[in-house]
Design a protein around this ligand. Structure first.
Ligand SMILES: Cc1cc2nc3c(=O)[nH]c(=O)nc-3n(C[C@H](O)[C@H](O)[C@H](O)COP(=O)(O)OP(=O)(O)OC[C@H]3O[C@@H](n4cnc5c(N)ncnc54)[C@H](O)[C@@H]3O)c2cc1C
Length: 399
């Protein structure tokens, strides 16, 4: 029986939109179903209409010229020429109620002694604490690196697999090293979703995915049903476990129990003239209620400054979060010009994750189901797209 679509993708974060882009480029009729009312997932350039559209990144904020799959998509969409360089502003530490230089926590002699190990120490199968404790020294890890890593992955870093952080990738010389867009990183999901031949539906609640002839039927909670030759799950691992079709029990078993880190992100904007703090990329918190704060100072606005504070879940009430963010920036809460609250989720990977992925891939072999996300190779946008590309090649052939 002819199907409604060649490819249905569940989830409109960068993994799902990337998977949809790759199949659309191969001429496959592609539909993306997203449960929330917006696309982009963790990419969320939070714009304030009352501030003339001034935006601050509530999630992913930086792309690099080593993001090869991302750059292929930007080339396809004619966006590579629109990238904006990020101003070089640095991160500071927030420790014991004060902003401090990163170097204040660095033990130089220990780092110098450890440097020869950087090139020798194996990364595979080791935790972030073990690996980076060896290559830069235990005290450097304890006092500085663990906080910097926590700031990046918004969760405790000690037991995270070392190979899932910072992989060396070739750089594209014709593109600026670190970039964004004039309207933020959300430009990318918006442009992918807007292209011809690719349909995105938001606010879609999926009840069940069932095998059907050679493909799948996707049943929605409103009772409607859609069919496709291939389906790609591009959702967090707990959701992928729930939505896994009944005949792929081994795939479900392989991924059930992968943890998630919940992040309470608080975005706030100020009139520039009200703030005394110097321009900064952001703050790395040392033993505080937030993991990190990321500023918009990398692309200065004439009138406003914005910050996203990534709080640990359930630690402070919303009012206390406002107080903490404002104390950190040395400003009174009544000077906030706009604010927003965002829930972010990132996978909490643990050692042995590679074996889970290998089991999942073995269970998916020969199936028309793809599974992608930021929980395979690593958490960056490019890691997510690398998996989406590989799954697209498996489902539709190299192209
Ligand atoms: C604060 C923060 C800062 C970051 N900074 C950077 C950075 O600077 N550079 C970088 O490369 N990466 C960064 N990252 C990581 C990167 O942004 C994310 O890993 C990546 O965007 C995740 O994309 P994804 O599509 O895999 O998942 P998500 O973005 O989580 O998308 C999953 C989508 O699935 C949808 N969904 C969930 N359940 C269902 C369902 N039942 N049915 C349908 N849809 C569903 C969700 O609503 C969501 O839209 C950052 C992440 C965070 C949180």
């Amino acid at each position: 029986m002819p199907k409604d679509f060649d490819h249905i993708v569940i989830g409109a974060g960068i993994s799902g939109l990337g998977a949809a882009h790759f199949s659309n480029r191969r001429g496959r009729k592609t539909l993306v179903l997203e449960s929330s009312d917006r696309i982009g997932g963790c990419i969320n350039s939070q714009a304030f209409a009352d501030l003339g559209g001034f935006w601050t990144e509530a999630g992913g904020h930086t792309c690099f010229n080593s993001y090869g799959n991302m750059l292929t998509i930007l080339d396809d969409l004619g966006l590579t020429r629109q990238v904006q360089p990020k101003l070089k502003v640095g991160y500071s530490l927030w420790k014991d109620g004060k902003r401090r230089k990163i170097t204040s926590q660095l033990h130089f002699f220990e780092a110098a002694g450890a440097i020869p190990r950087i090139f020798k120490a194996p990364k595979e199968g080791r935790s972030v604490r073990d690996y980076y404790g060896e290559v830069l020294g235990r005290r450097n890890y304890q006092d500085l690196l663990r906080h910097a890593f926590q700031a990046v992955i918004c969760q405790p870093a000690d037991d995270y697999p070392a190979e899932a952080l910072f992989r060396r990738k070739p750089r594209r010389k014709d593109v600026i090293k670190a970039f964004t867009f004039a309207e933020g990183i959300s430009t990318i999901p918006r442009a992918i979703a807007a292209q011809d031949g690719l349909e995105v539906r938001t606010g879609q609640q999926i009840a069940e995915i069932q095998p059907q002839d050679t493909g799948f039927s996707v049943r929605l909670q409103d009772g409607s049903e859609l069919s496709a030759d291939a389906v790609t799950l591009a959702v967090p691992p707990d959701v992928a476990t729930q939505l896994m079709p009944a005949d792929l029990e081994a795939a479900r078993d392989a991924i059930s129990g992968i943890g998630m880190s919940e992040i309470e992100t608080f975005v706030l904007a100020f009139d520039k003239s009200d703030l005394d703090v110097p321009p900064m990329a952001g703050l790395i918190a040392v033993e505080d209620a937030f993991y990190s704060a990321v500023s918009r100072d990398f692309l200065p606005d004439a009138r406003y400054r914005g910050f996203a504070f990534h709080f640990k879940p359930g630690t402070l009430s919303p009012e206390a979060q406002i107080e903490r963010a404002c104390t950190t920036l040395g400003i009174r809460p009544d000077r906030i010009t706009a604010q927003a609250r965002v829930s972010n989720r990132l996978p909490a990977l643990r050692s042995g994750h590679g074996e889970r992925v290998a089991k999942l891939d073995a269970a998916l072999a020969g199936s028309r189901l793809g599974v992608t996300g930021n929980w395979f190779i690593g958490v960056s946008m490019e890691d997510a797209l690398t998996r989406s590309r590989a799954e697209s090649d498996r489902l539709f052939g190299q192209g």
